[in-house]
Ligand binder design. Sequence first.
Ligand code: F6R
Length: 612
Amino acid sequence: MCGIVGFVGNEQAAPILLDGLARLEYRGYDSAGIAVVSQNRELQVKKAKGRLQVLSDIIQGGKSVEGTLGIGHTRWATHGEPNDVNAHPHLSGDGKIAVVHNGIIENYVELRDFLVSQGYEFKSETDTEVVTQLLAYYYAECGDIFETVFKVIRRVEGAYALGIICADCPDRFIAARKDAPLLIGHGEGCNFIASDVTAIIKHTRDISYMDDGEVAVITADGVQVYNSMEQPIEKEHSYIDWDVSAAEKGGYAHFMLKEIMEQPEAIRKTAFSRIRDNRIFFEDLKIDEAYIKNIDKIFIIACGSSYHVGVVGKYNLERMLRKPVEVCLASEFRYSNPLVDEKSLVIVISQSGETLDTMAALREAKSLGAHILSIVNVVGSSIARESDDVLYTWAGPEIAVATTKAYSTQLVLLNMLGLYFGDILGTVSAKEYSEIIDELLRLPAKMEQMLENTDDIKYYASAYFNHSSVFFIGRNLDYAMGLEGSLKLKEISYIHSEAYASGELKHGTISLIEDGTLVIALGTYAPLFDKAMSNVVEVQARGADVLALTTDSHAAEMRKTVENVMTVPQSHTIFQPSLGVVPLQLFAYYVALMRGCDIDKPRNLAKSVTVE
Ligand code: F6R
């Protein structure tokens, strides 16, 4: 999704902006641009469709654009196709104001009509140009850029993170935020804005997160933030302590592979730091025992892979808590007039903490009185800040668009939460509690053992990478895990793929199974292994090529029927999907590699989806 970076200081801005944008590339984009103010108060805007390298070549790595203040942007098209004109920054008709924007201006048609009636002309199809021209309109009236920004944000509806520069004010730029991520980086003799911290961590670790309605005036010497009433406010500072190398490839061909390999360590960091003497401690949780005992229903709300974590969680939490758990797609939940109240617990799951649909669903649930407990990876993100309780996954920065280590850490943390509540509710026996903890402590090592040798998976990828249609089938936790395996495959390899609950196949979908259809049969859920086998036979009889996944202990049985079998170590039932998903991630990775796909930045996708 769009990425913003802004810089003011004593060094040349353009190379710093290009470097920041390169670090935001992972968010997904289709064009890029920068605007820099020169010494003679001239706004230079350079932008280009395609990879950042195209822009960098045009401006000789930044050398041909002179000035120490500027803003940059990577665009992920919403309004208007990806091209040079629609790329940001947008320059006002009078050449005085340049704007970068992340988000969507919902009333842009109305504003555009108004501006056209005032004689303003538009070059692009974007909603952002409306903001630029509206700024020019008010600036022409009042001549004060700060006043102008407040006038504009009072007229625009929708979501925005804005970086604004004005040729008349070469020492400062302005940032504004509502429902789209934006943070300020405090440097020495220089200051920054960025959509996320990866863009500027090289320069500073001293960060403040902007909140909705706030406007910041940023110069080389200081930052002043104002609330929506235009009153100056003091912002809290956060210190970012993760290592820069965590956001680099470290010898791996792709971030995705690196992040798959980092999963055991990410689980250790997330889980082990919360276990002492074989007991779970969630010291930061504010939710009290009385509330937990009074919960009559749990909702899990998320999108994409985070939603898939919720599907696994539904099976595990219902089993551990004996309370109903509903898993909701955030984009559906927010418009469904949900039956949430003060006896509901709403668990929100998000890697980025910025997904707009998830954020909107969170607000809806909060307004209905539910306690919001979020599981988030990005510290200080919007979802984390608006929740009543946050449990962070300590997965570190996840750069590949397709999530892997965030999924795995979310899953472990959700299971731990279930166990923690089960202990309080008395629905998990002491014996099962300690069995689950023991198994959790063994989980990273089992994963490491699997990751040591991936030759089998590479081989199966080479055997099947040419298939055009794939079905992942499984029951119960295998079905839930299949949803994620299927999403991984389709999003990075562009092969059509679906996950089906095996028992449901015969109600329609089995008609799609024909000679050569690839079926990935998941049989790691021990209680239903025999039923999984019946489904394998069923699809084989229709001509399917079957690749199976099962546990070491069921491998021999599976091999009696299926030639190609991937195996994972046996674990406690609730953790079996944490192991099972790893070969599915690797299978997707190697298939995409063999198909020559852009693995870390799949087409049409963005890492952080900050539009509806
Ligand atoms: C798929 C993927 C997405 C995200 C989804 C939610 O690999 O990464 O499906 O899971 O966009 O994002 P977060 O978790 O940031 O809210």
